[in-house]
Design a protein around this ligand. Structure first.
Ligand code: MG
Length: 331
């Protein structure tokens, strides 16, 4: 077997590779380890829940409407900490750069990383740089790792029957922005990536009420994230299509390209499970942040399994976990 692009697409096919890559017997430092396959690990240090995560970024192109590889590199790691309930504190940055890369592009990327760190309230405290021969890499790869501290750790497996499901904003923006830009589509209004660090929004939600479960719907989109949450939590989730926030421009671009907007990556969104009696105040707190203006309660958690959607047309259908994100190298 050889590694294929779909092995990195965040869907069912990627699990084949993850099974091999997680054959590590030394995989838990006393908290939540590799076996949980959550957005980050928890390492208890002196009584604190230290959350630790890492991500490599290979998005193509490196500059796109609404963001760039530097903004994704910071936001991706900050968001994996945030959805574990952790305040992001310190990040590392490892860059592998191809010989011939424009230094002015590097300056733009670093300035963008700095701006995103400011929005997240985090610091970049250590790094490493390697340069490889022309042709052995497509421009640049950026790896970031991050540590944060959680007062209370939030898992993707924590959904409880009765919970309401909240999304913090419109779905599919990042994946469709990348794809429309690559294809050179002019769709009237330009679709912009939603890439942003979500910690400030998550912080408000955690202060407003109980959050049982959280995940950031990145590769494989909302469809992958919500199915993973349902499987890990051992519950059924029913989604109301009418309530799903999706921009009209994203709906039309997705239709044109034959892509389901629920299966493409978001880089500045959160999916949460919240007890029913607290869902209104948590929603209100999320909406009080500019990143959460389009937040909505979109479904409920029930006994059973799988994710079903009550459609606008009055029918029901399953939301399946995608085989992979239809847009390769999206982050
Ligand atoms: Mg994640």
């Amino acid at each position: 077997m050889k590694v294929e692009l779909m092995h990195g697409a965040g869907g069912e096919i990627m699990n084949e590779l993850v099974t091999i890559l997680t054959r590590i017997s030394h995989s838990n430092a006393g908290g939540i380890g590799l076996e949980a396959l959550d957005d980050g690990a928890v390492v208890p240090i002196n009584g604190a829940n230290v959350v630790f995560t890492t991500d490599s970024h290979v998005v193509r192109p490196i500059f796109f409407p609404g963001g760039d590889i530097g903004r994704i590199a910071i936001s991706g790691t900050v968001n994996d900490l945030a959805v574990m309930g952790a305040r992001p504190i310190a990040l590392s940055c490892g860059m592998v750069i191809e010989e011939g890369f424009e230094v002015s592009d590097l300056e733009r990327i670093v300035a963008s990383m700095d701006a995103a760190l400011g929005e997240a309230g985090a610091a970049l405290v250590t790094g490493d740089t390697k340069v490889v021969e022309q042709g052995s890499l497509d421009g640049i790869v950026i790896n970031t790792a991050g540590i944060g501290v959680a007062t209370r750790v939030v898992r993707d497996a924590g959904l409880e029957v009765g919970d309401r499901v909240i999304v913090s904003g419109t779905l599919g923006d990042h994946g469709l922005a990348i794809l429309a830009h690559r294809e050179g589509f002019d769709l009237g209004g330009q679709i912009r990536s939603d890439v942003a660090p979500v910690w400030p929004l998550v912080e408000r939600a955690l202060a407003a009420g109980t959050v049982h479960a959280m995940k950031d719907p990145t590769r494989g989109g909302f469809a992958a994230a919500i199915n993973e949450m349902a499987v890990k939590s051992g519950v059924r989730i029913t989604i109301d299509e009418e309530a799903l926030p999706v921009r009209p421009s994203v709906v039309s671009a997705a239709g044109l390209l034959g892509i389901d907007p629920l299966q493409v990556a978001n880089e500045g969104k959160v999916v949460m499970g919240v007890p029913p009696d607290e869902s209104d105040k948590v929603l209100e707190a999320i909406r009080s942040h500019p990143l959460g203006a389009d937040a909505a309660i979109i479904g409920r958690v029930e006994n059973g399994s799988r994710v079903v959607m009550d459609t606008k047309a009055g029918g029901r259908r399953f939301i399946e976990p995608p085989m992979g994100d239809p847009v390769p190298r999206v982050c």
